[in-house]
Design a protein around this ligand. Structure first.
Ligand code: GLC
Length: 691
């Protein structure tokens, strides 16, 4: 059952594609209070209640016990105490003794989620602006709540098939020759690769839609050579447009009044990589159309994918913040700085970045009104992604393009994927990556992944190797690192052969991973789910935070601890453990329901397949197009028979139809051996364990 409750005059958000029926009675489960600090919804928690949701956030899959704040932030250190990251995904799902229920707090401004932080037995959600649209979903199961929510928010973004390949990225790649060398290093060592990201250094002075013609003298030639080698280039586009006379994007934006403004109507100025910049008012359709068409320039050169960044939007400083800092510096210049003065100065300087007052100082035209930015802050990045998606679709309506963004709100999942931002080369961040996956899926973000190996800090080869062992399951699989950190391409490390072998598993599993992704995107299911969602009756599953269900048949349980040579795993039912070293080198171990210690050497990764299920595996390839999706080996453990609903398509069609791409793979045991059949497929069932 879906019900909508409106408080005050909520602004539209673009999150829902379907109308939810309005209810004028009091909302159940919550006590509602309104006052100076906004509107608050309070729910009393039972001792063992769990709370899921919130998409991209720090901490557990069960969100209970911390305070989270929806306020899209350029947050480069993902410590446990952080309240906000780059996204706002305001869905909570409460699970306790009674029927579970889901609540979506659809407010584009700041929303505070105190989930047992102030009082362990109380969850309270506060919409700071006082207006709120609440969508309440009551269903019999957690998975059903997600499916209903996903139905309301519309179909998730579909990337092209090649975007499921491995992508190499680093902040600092600055020349044609460098890109070619990176590709060459991968190809010569047979390390699979499908894409290379171009970070801000490909531009001239960090100007969007420009490229440095000294270092990239023939971008079209580079794209075409790369494409012959089955590699796509993926340039970055930032939200801020450099303030510079004669720079066409700046001139056009000013001439047409396309940028966000101060209250007096003058264009707002904030600084990002290029220094002083303007910010397109992506809320207006004509601005989206203008900005979206700018991507065509790079597409004309052969680009088929982009990442959108700094679109919270990140602000290094504003004119007002800079003036204040200058004034304080001058005032304190000749002082002997002691405790108070020194820390005050530090706060003033550090506080210039992403300053709250700056977000309160500019305006949009949205829904026919002049709206102060902070009221709609969390929508900005998603609307930038929408501008890009609309531009890309206009260029080639029949084709899918790769697009992922840093900032997002629910609704942006229809326009692009998200990566999980500037993580660190820490072991704990492998686990953080894992925990975000099911929460992001609940909110519609299926095409997602983290910077493998870690963005900031110096990675180590064992860390990267273990991280890749999780990354091979995430739809976006990208190795990305920050300027100044240790070089992180696989071929830099002694363990490169082990890493290469891990990647062969990804490419071999592509038919399964792509099939599961597409089915989930087209039906509203989650590709990654907490165990409790699939085994609600099993109390052992409720608190598991380091294993996930993957697709309809599998469970993953990666190693995420330094020097570990295995891990504890809970099997909610009998499962087949596939212990992979590579796509060719793996062993199959049937295991019973229950707790187990699994030995896993550094170069071994586990995949668990539910007993009674089979999954398809290809012979792999060094790029996605080389993978034969019709020549398949089945993995599984059977007594009687099983079928797998296999989805496949050309990987490009912008409007694929589920039924058209689906076919059934049947597998049964006959005379003590498994045999398989599927139309148009070559199937090898010799790896299916019988018994
Ligand atoms: C931001 C992005 C990061 C990128 C850097 C430079 O920090 O999150 O991925 O490398 O900007 O563009």
């Amino acid at each position: 059952m879906i019900r909508r409750f409106d408080y005050g005059t909520p602004l539209p958000t673009d999150a829902l594609v379907k109308e939810a029926p309005l209810c004028t009675e009091a909302i159940p489960f919550f006590e509602v209070t309104a006052g100076e600090g906004g509107i608050t919804f309070t729910h009393r928690l039972g001792k063992d209640d769990l709370i899921y949701g919130l998409g991209e956030t720090v901490r557990g899959i069960n969100k209970r016990g911390h305070l989270y704040r929806s306020w899209n932030s350029d947050e480069f250190s993902h410590h446990e105490d952080k309240q906000s990251l780059y996204a706002s995904h305001n869905l909570l799902i409460f699970s306790g003794d009674g029927k579970p229920f889901g609540v979506f707090f659809d407010d584009p401004g700041e929303v505070v989620f105190d989930l047992g932080y102030t009082r362990a037995d109380t969850a309270s959600v506060t919409g700071v602006n006082g207006d709120m649209r609440v969508i309440l979903i009551e269903e019999d199961s957690l998975n059903a709540i997600v499916r209903v929510f996903r139905g309301l928010i519309g179909q998730s973004y579909l990337p092209p098939k090649w975007a499921f390949g491995y992508i190499q990225s680093r902040w600092g790649y600055a020349a044609d020759s460098e890109v070619r060398a990176i590709v060459q290093e991968h190809r010569s060592r047979h390390i699979p690769l499908d894409g290379v990201c171009m970070d801000i250094d490909y531009m001239v002075d960090y100007k969007d839609f420009s490229w440095n013609e000294q270092s990239f003298p023939d971008l079209a030639g580079l794209c075409s050579d790369m494409k012959k080698d089955h590699i796509r280039l993926i340039p970055i586009i930032d939200a801020g447009v450099k303030q510079q006379d004669g720079y066409e994007v700046c001139d056009e934006g000013l001439r047409n009044g396309y940028f966000c403004t101060y209250e007096n109507g003058e264009p707002f100025v904030g600084a990002v990589w290029p220094g002083r910049s303007y910010f397109p008012d992506f809320f207006r359709p004509e601005v989206r159309q203008w900005f979206g068409r700018k991507y065509h320039k790079l597409m004309d050169a052969g680009v088929e994918g982009f990442w959108n960044d700094m679109n919270e939007p990140a602000l290094f400083y504003s004119e007002a913040g800079l003036a204040e800092a200058r004034q304080e510096l001058t005032r304190l210049m000749d002082m002997n700085l002691g405790l108070d003065a020194f820390f005050h100065l530090k706060d003033v300087l550090m506080g210039m970045q992403n300053k709250r007052e700056d977000y309160e100082s500019f305006y949009h035209r949205y829904a026919g009104q002049k709206v102060r930015h902070d009221r709609v802050h969390n929508l900005y990045g998603g609307f930038m992604t929408r501008a890009a998606a609309e531009g890309l679709a206009e260029y080639e309506p029949e084709k899918r393009h790769l697009l992922f963004s840093r900032a997002s709100y629910v609704g942006a999942h229809r326009w692009g994927g998200v990566w999980q931002g500037d993580n660190t080369s820490w072991w704990s961040h492998i686990l953080m990556n894992l925990k975000m996956l099911p929460s992001l899926n609940m909110c519609g973000f299926l095409y997602t992944g983290a910077d493998l190996g870690g963005f900031s800090g110096n990675t180590t080869e064992d860390l990267l190797l273990r991280w890749l062992q999780l990354g091979i399951f995430t739809p976006l699989m990208r190795n990305h690192s920050a300027l100044g950190t240790r070089e992180q391409e696989i071929y830099r490390f002694g363990m490169q052969e082990d890493m290469r072998k891990v990647l062969t598993v990804r490419y071999a599993l592509l038919p399964y991973l792509y099939s599961e992704f597409m089915k989930c995107a087209l039906t509203g299911d989650s590709m990654f789910r907490p165990l409790a969602f699939d085994y609600p009756q099993d109390p052992a599953c409720l608190r598991i935070e380091d294993q996930l269900m993957l697709g309809g048949e599998c469970m993953i349980a990666p190693v995420y601890e330094q020097n570990a040579r295995g891990r504890n795993v809970y099997l909610p039912e009998d499962m087949l453990l596939v212990r992979f070293r590579s796509a060719e080198d793996y062993c199959l171990i049937p295991m019973e329901k229950g707790r187990h210690w699994i030995d896993l050497d550094l170069n071994e990764l586990p995949l668990f397949i539910r007993k009674g299920c089979v999954i398809p595996m290809s012979r792999g390839g060094e790029w996605v197009e080389a993978v034969d999706f019709t020549d398949l080996t089945l993995l599984g453990w059977l007594e009687g028979e099983a079928s797998y609903a296999f989805y496949n398509d050309d990987g490009m069609d912008a409007a694929p139809v589920l039924e058209k791409g689906l076919q059934t793979i049947r597998c049964k045991v006959e005379g003590g051996k498994a045999i398989a059949a599927g139309e148009g497929l070559r199937l090898d069932a010799s790896k299916v364990i019988v018994g």
